[in-house]
Design a protein around this ligand. Structure first.
Ligand code: SF4
Length: 339
């Protein structure tokens, strides 16, 4: 740590000042600040870019503006609003966390850092963001943007052993006791809008006179692409009069708890789908973060909805009620456009 750039006061005040003139004040979660709104936005922003999150956040807050309104929501209700945002475990964690808040904290948002850390989906950085942005308390954060600013400022290679521990220590050192709101929002914005991954805009950065990496040329970082898995899926979708037979996925894997067509296992001949009026087959690919799906979807039309005998949770869902259920984006899109 001896050679590190530790002039914490000038670092934090430069960022707080910069935020007041150049920060992204117009983001919807920066209006009407509350622990609840900060929590929802921080969970949505995990693994997803700001511009993608904005319409989902507005829709979510439109339906559930506060803890009181989300109190009785089911997991399905929350997954339905999450449809298309991906990484659905986040929505499941919101459901679990709001149940804990309801039952353990009398539906009042926890105020202590250690209590926040115990809620599903909330790690050290998210808890720090809620404490500093919503409660104005001095807690460090270390999301991807903050990590980039602090590591470049100190010329730390994030891949080095012990780097993350050093970055947390530095983040703690830089985090001020005053103006914590401006500082926390500012360092996140600086990483997102100035200290870009590939070509940082150092000439516009308030840290450029003391940053150890300013005006340095950064190599174009190629992601260490792990070999993605490929998976073939065979779906069977029955429909009748604008209703579709969907099943709740209960396997602990991607799309868990979402509503999907019947998934036919290898060479299985399902008895559910006999003598349709007509049928058609669609083939398409869909990429998830860790797996590429090659999907075959057989669609069967029937005169009227029918009953099936199965232990699998299932429902005939009307097309105009699709928004009440959590569906994977490609399946939802096919059903919505199906005539
Ligand atoms: S001077 Fe450049 S490299 Fe350093 S923090 Fe600012 S934008 Fe990033």
């Amino acid at each position: 740590m001896n050679n590190l750039n530790k002039d914490n006061k000038s670092f934090s005040s430069a960022i707080s000042q910069w935020y007041l003139t150049s920060g992204r004040n117009n983001l919807p979660w920066r209006e009407k600040i509350s622990p609840y709104r900060v929590w929802i936005s921080e969970i949505m922003l995990q693994q997803t870019q700001v511009k993608t999150v904005i319409p989902f956040f507005k829709k979510f807050i439109g339906k559930y503006p506060n803890l009181k309104s989300i109190c009785d929501a089911t997991e399905d209700d929350i997954l339905a609003l999450w449809s298309g945002l991906g990484f659905y475990r986040r929505a499941k964690n919101i459901f679990k966390a709001k149940e804990i808040i309801k039952n353990k904290y009398n539906n009042c948002f926890p105020k202590k850092f250690d209590e926040l850390l115990l809620l599903p989906g909330i790690g050290r950085s998210t808890a720090g963001a809620i404490m500093s942005i919503a409660y104005g308390e001095s807690y460090p954060i270390l999301d991807a943007n903050v990590k980039r600013v602090i590591s470049r400022f100190n010329d730390i290679d994030v891949k080095d052993k012990g780097a993350i521990k050093s970055l947390w220590l530095l983040s703690k050192t830089y985090t001020p006791s005053k103006n914590i709101f401006e500082y926390t929002q500012g360092i996140m914005d600086l990483g997102a809008t100035i200290c870009h991954l590939r070509v940082p805009s150092c000439s516009n950065c308030p840290l450029n006179t003391s940053c150890k990496s300013s005006f340095k040329e950064f190599e174009v970082i190629k992601n260490d692409k792990k070999q993605k898995l490929n998976k073939k899926i065979n779906f069977m979708l029955a429909h009748s009069n604008q209703s579709f037979l969907l099943f709740k996925k209960n396997k602990k894997s991607f799309w868990e708890s979402l509503w999907i067509p019947y998934e036919r296992q290898n060479r299985e001949r399902s008895d559910f789908f006999k003598r349709p009026l007509r049928s058609e087959t669609k083939n398409f690919n869909h990429a998830l973060s860790h797996i590429d799906l090659n999907i075959t979807l057989e669609i069967f039309e029937y005169k009227k909805p029918f009953k099936i005998k199965t232990n699998l949770e299932h429902k005939w869902v009307k097309k105009d009620e699709l928004n009440k259920f959590g569906l994977p984006k490609p399946i939802k899109s096919i059903i919505e456009n199906y005539v």
